[in-house]
Design a binder for this molecule. Sequence first.
Ligand code: ADP
Length: 488
Amino acid sequence: MKKSLLPIILILITNVIILTLLYLNIEGYILLTRFYKNEFVLVLFISFMILSYYTYYYFSQYNKKVIELNKKNIELAEVNADIVDRNIELAGLNEALIKEKERVRSAMEVRRNFLSVVSHEIRTPLNAIVGFASFIKEFEPDEKEIHSSVKNIYFSSQHLLLLVNDILDYNKIEDGKLKLKILPFRLEKTFELLESMYKGIVRDKGVELIFNITEEIKGKFFEGDETRINQVLINLLSNATKFTNKGKIILDCKTTSKEGDLWTLNIKVTDTGIGISKEDTEIIFQKFIQVDFHRARKFQGSGLGLAITKSLVELFGSEIKVESNIGKGSSFSFDLILPHVHKKDNIIEKESNIAVLSGKTILVADDNVINRTVVKNFLLRWGLGVVEVNNGREAFNYVLSNKCDIILMDIHMPEVDGFEATKLIRKLNDLHKSQTPIIALSADALFETHEKVKECGMNDYISKPFKPQELKQKILKYSILNLQNLKR
Ligand code: ADP
């Protein structure tokens, strides 16, 4: 029994005894009238008072405990609700973790596949380059054999270059660093070049190539990034060629609207090749994806082409669409919104101007003798004079005491690099020397390097391996600018 109830029970027993005695007295069984009756009543009264106090005290204590317990219960209920919430949260996190683990696992698998594909893709053209070069070096092939080996080396190296550029481009796109270079160009010329490039390729496969280009664009100049538009079309045409063994490949280009000078052109590449299933059309634009990895390995490719194509088309402010049926063929299309420009202002015509180049001296600064020789071979053929130096310090010393018209400057060189050498040249007092056009010629394709090239005062950038036509155009451009500066 609880201690606090004991006094109440004792008092209750006493009261019952007193009440019994008083009852017995009233009924006359015992006689208390004369003796102790008043004392009993007094004791009864005091007992009642004590009983009331104890009862009050007991119940108030009890009440306090009940309130405390209630509070604790409420607290416990809150803790419980918290635990339930945390459990729900943990279950959610767990689910997310399982999904993330699955995503990382499949990303790793895709990357593993990508690495194996890329190493295969690199080794295939490398094998051809090394093989044909060794063949020419080891034996004494006749002119026809040399010609065909060199042609194969050229195509394999172009293929290798495309792959490396795709990987670099994709990184640039992912980092949001790929910027379009908007310049006036003739879309019609782009199509002409593509048609002649792919005609030969599809002819060997017995596939017909048709270019349906709207007459309206003939002779018109548009403003846009010609190189990137070309890259998108090359990706689509290469895939169409790769996955089509009979039938046709059609490139359609038609004007869908004109708002002032803003033309919307719809471009569609259709083929009658192997086609893509409905579910695969939803994943082919993801990076490193090749439909049915094992089947796709029958074909060359890195699985980056369509991912790059999609991002480029989005940079053009448009969207790429695909329609395809297994066994029947595919069609990829997008809108190209281009401003039409009327004048040919600022357009340097691409026809070469040998007269401007002849007699000019080009200083080639590069620590790699093979790279110097490659550039020198082209420059000499174009009638230019060439001076070779090994590094930036030698380039600076040459400019100090000699005259040269343009400098082709490698960036990473021992002693003094291309950036430092340019800064030193730009600080020279002789205005003619300090303003010598300097073109960076480097294999460093990082976006940051392009920025640094501009910051340190170089005029332009050409990446290695260089396109001979681009090198010639830039030399021509700076020769003309130099001439105009001298006339002023
Ligand atoms: P790849 O360089 O490997 O071809 P892409 O990103 O260009 O990579 O293409 C991804 C995949 O999409 C290809 O491996 C192929 O399975 C599918 N694909 C793309 N174009 C076509 C097409 N015209 N016909 C059939 N399948 C295609």
